[in-house]
Design a protein around this ligand. Sequence first.
Ligand code: ZN
Length: 137
Amino acid sequence: MFSYPLDHVAVAVTSLEEACPLFQLVAGDPCSPVEELPAQGVRVLFVGSVELVEPLGQDTPVGRFLQRRGQGLHHIAYRVPDLPEALSRLKEEGLELIDETPRLGSRGHQVAFLHPRSTGGFLIELVQAESPTRTGS
Ligand code: ZN
């Protein structure tokens, strides 16, 4: 058997700079530097295990999410040891993948999302941490 640990929980916010102090106040963790991910249409930062996600524009998936639902829980992410293997297993189980192959996510990690159409509306991300032996900065 296997067990994927929780990697992070992500909340959609209208402004990273406005949301950061609240989460820092509650949890005590400092806000990480902001990372911009143009391919995903977002800017993100981490406060401990919480990822704050701000859309780069209204016409992005997170921009539309905020218009529909307001600020709130956006996705949960599990850490997996082998992302391609996890994706093919879940696809075989009948889940729909947004990402058929892993893509580069925040913190330099490989990520892939499952489609909410096939999960009862939950957006679930799978994260494979970068190799700790990776060279370079
Ligand atoms: Zn995430």
